[in-house]
Write a protein that binds this ligand. Structure first.
Ligand code: 8X3
Length: 249
């Protein structure tokens, strides 16, 4: 039985992925900042697989290493790491950008992904196998107006995805990225700091991706035979052609 470690598992793509992988009989380590949500999800998925919850903030360096190093024996081997935790804060021209927002995005999307990966690399290297899936974004493939630092953080994820694949190659570890376009989650609510009307508008008048659509793709990626590595995927709703072209009704 395999074990997957999922960051940002309390909502959106992370939560949907946990559900999808549980249906494949994959044991789960669910990570997030919101403990009650993790516990609720654990209750639901424990009917199918073994589930462990780990409550921490990926951007808190010490906490990341402390929590991952304290995993019980049963969950100490990690076969699959899904670096999903990530957020956008603000959508302003770069000259008007808020420095705290920049710090938060770089701390979570880039440094947080690095801390978690660094804590898990030794386990996978010891095992001589493993699979890392980095959740990037179409924002990491194409810069759009006002996307600036969020796009930079996702370009960094793209670079790190390639870097991990190169440097971990000799250890037999698979590395690949899934880069979603417009996906209806709490993403825009966080980006617009709780302005639900503005957030709703982002996904109005077309059919966006649902977290389950991306989860299904991740399920496919992790269930390929060992010699098959899906290195990089860009996934958009049919109505979306690029970051700024969306066919709205
Ligand atoms: C999410 C895609 O276009 O909303 O990362 O930035 S987008």
């Amino acid at each position: 039985m395999k074990t997957a470690f999922i960051t940002g598992a309390s909502s959106g793509i992370g939560k949907a992925t946990a559900r999808a992988l549980s249906r494949e009989g994959i044991n789960l380590i669910l990570c997030g900042r919101r403990e009650e949500r993790l516990i609720e999800l654990k209750k639901e998925l424990s009917k199918r697989v073994a589930v462990y919850t780990l409550c921490f903030d990926v951007s808190k360096k010490e906490e990341v290493f402390e929590k991952i190093n304290s995993l019980p024996e049963k969950f100490s081997e990690i076969d699959i790491l899904i670096n999903n935790a990530g957020n956008a804060h603000g959508l302003d021209p770069i000259q008007d950008g808020n420095i705290e927002d920049w710090d938060t995005m770089l701390d979570i999307n880039v440094k947080g992904l690095l801390y978690v990966s660094k804590a898990i690399f030794p386990k996978m290297i010891n095992q001589g196998a493993g699979h890392i899936i980095n959740i990037g974004s179409t924002a990491g493939k194409e810069v759009y107006p006002n996307g600036n630092v969020y796009c930079a953080s996702k370009y960094a994820v793209d670079a790190l995805n390639q870097a991990m694949r190169l440097d971990l190659n000799k250890h037999g570890i698979k590395v690949g990225a899934v880069n979603p376009g417009l996906t209806q989650t709490e993403f825009s609510e966080v980006r617009f700091k709780g302005d639900t009307e503005k957030a709703k508008g982002v996904y109005e008048d077309f059919t966006p991706l649902r977290p389950e659509d991306i989860a299904d793709i991740i399920r496919f990626v992790v269930t390929r035979p060992y010699h098959v590595n899906i290195a990089d995927l860009v996934v958009m709703p049919t109505a979306q052609a690029n970051s700024v072209t969306v066919n709205k009704d």
